[in-house]
Ligand binder design. Structure first.
Ligand code: PLP
Length: 398
């Protein structure tokens, strides 16, 4: 019998999704608006905004993708042709691509080693240098909570405030992550979430924009529905987009919201099992909350492998586990190393490049069990010990 495939993070339905979808079919709400879209937005707001007095006034717009949410944030912040936008280099391309959609120029900023996210001090230096070189301030800052690990987002926002530059907080991977007692996605001027198939919850594909107030949400929805002006005929005075979430997808989202806390708890439980077991392996470091300020959702469990200590590389582990039907993945390749962004200015300190060479994402989703984690860590330990055994044999000339 073929071994079960262990995925990095596969979606898991609660069962409640079907009821919301059936209702949409029964009422013929098969369009990109309707009761499920309103209900999903209300559920998200209840979960992320309503319990935090510091977030009062914020609103959430459900959209067709997290990428669409970043794009709309930039549109609403007036980012346009020739503007510069500071962006975390260590991320998925979707954080940066919307800058280019707007005809603007990404300027990449490297990470600090504790959270692996944007280094606030380097951001400050980079902005000073951009202002000196171009005579203009960058128009926005895009910071990311990579793998669900909170960035030092309060410090990043403080740099933004110092320069008068708004922050877009990419919390695509960080639904449920908390920093200094507040939900990730609620610190910046705008925050974004993703409900892609591999995220903490899914709508099959979808995203959300966390807006500073109701007026900003109204404007986001205006641009997300082709910027149609309020005339009886179709009048357009701005370029718009088709970015609203379908009422069917939103029905999946409503069902998924019933298991969000369960999913987050599961990811955190797996993280603690990985951490406990990996603590015994020299040269393999689990990427854990760097301090009590951070409470990651551990969307993906990630490790650093020191080839000098272990005698193996992340690729050795990836290939070995692939033979056992276990999916793993190298860490994100930094944007400043991507051919498509070869000409973009970048302020680097070596952190993301170092991590890219040594890191690996391990299975973490709702279908992964503690027994799977034990097997995966056991295989990593086995690979290291067989490597050191072959080195010992080699040194004896066997
Ligand atoms: C860090 C990050 N930003 C943005 C996105 C884009 O989200 P989506 O796939 O929903 O467009 C993703 C995920 O796909 C992501 O991982």
């Amino acid at each position: 019998m073929e071994k079960k495939r262990i995925h990095l993070c596969m979606c898991r339905m609660s069962g409640a999704e079907k009821r919301f979808i059936d209702e949409a079919f029964a009422e013929e709400w098969v369009v990109p608006l309707g009761p499920n879209v309103d209900g999903f937005e209300a559920d998200l707001k209840h979960r992320i905004i309503d319990n935090d007095p510091g977030c009062s006034g914020k609103e959430i717009a459900a959209l067709s993708a997290g990428t669409a949410a970043i794009h709309l944030a930039l549109v609403l912040l007036g980012v346009g042709n020739g503007d510069e936008v500071m962006c975390q280099s260590f991320t998925f391309a979707a954080s940066a691509n919307p800058i280019v959609y707007q005809g603007a120029q990404p300027v990449f900023v490297d990470s600090e080693p504790e959270s692996w996210n944007m280094d606030p001090a380097l951001l400050d230096e980079a902005i000073a240098d951009r202002v000196a070189k171009t005579g203009r301030k960058p128009k926005a800052i895009i910071a990311v909570h990579l793998y669900g690990m909170p960035a030092r987002i309060d410090e990043i926002c403080a740099v933004g405030e110092k320069w008068g530059i708004p922050v877009v907080e990419d919390a695509a991977e960080a639904l449920g992550s908390v920093y200094k007692g507040h939900e990730c996605g609620t610190f910046g001027n705008y925050g974004i979430l993703s409900f892609n198939g591999n995220k903490m919850i899914t709508t099959s594909g979808g995203g959300a924009l966390i807006c500073p107030d109701a007026a900003a949400k109204k404007r986001a929805i205006f641009y997300a529905t082709q910027a149609r002006e309020p005339f009886p005929y179709y009048q357009h005075e701005h370029i718009g987009f088709n970015y609203r979430l379908s009422n069917i997808s939103a029905g999946i989202g409503r069902g998924q919201m019933t298991v969000l806390d369960e999913h987050i708890a599961h990811h955190r439980m797996l993280a603690s099992v990985y951490q406990e077991l990996l603590a015994d392996i020299d040269g393999v470091t689990y990427h854990a909350n760097p301090s009590a300020d951070s409470d990651a959702n551990y969307w993906l469990s990630t490790i650093e492998i020191d080839p000098e200590t272990t005698g193996i590389t992340p690729d050795d582990v990836r290939e070995h586990l692939a033979r056992l039907n276990v999916e793993t993945r190298p860490l994100w390749k930094p944007m400043h190393l991507q051919p498509v962004y070869a000409d973009a200015p970048a302020y680097v300190n070596g952190v993301s490049e170092h991590l890219f060479g040594r890191g690996l994402c391990l299975p973490s989703g709702p279908w992964v069990t503690p027994e799977d984690v034990r097997m995966i860590v056991g295989e990593i330990a086995y690979l290291i010990s067989s490597q050191s055994a072959s080195l010992t044999c080699g040194s004896r000339g066997v």
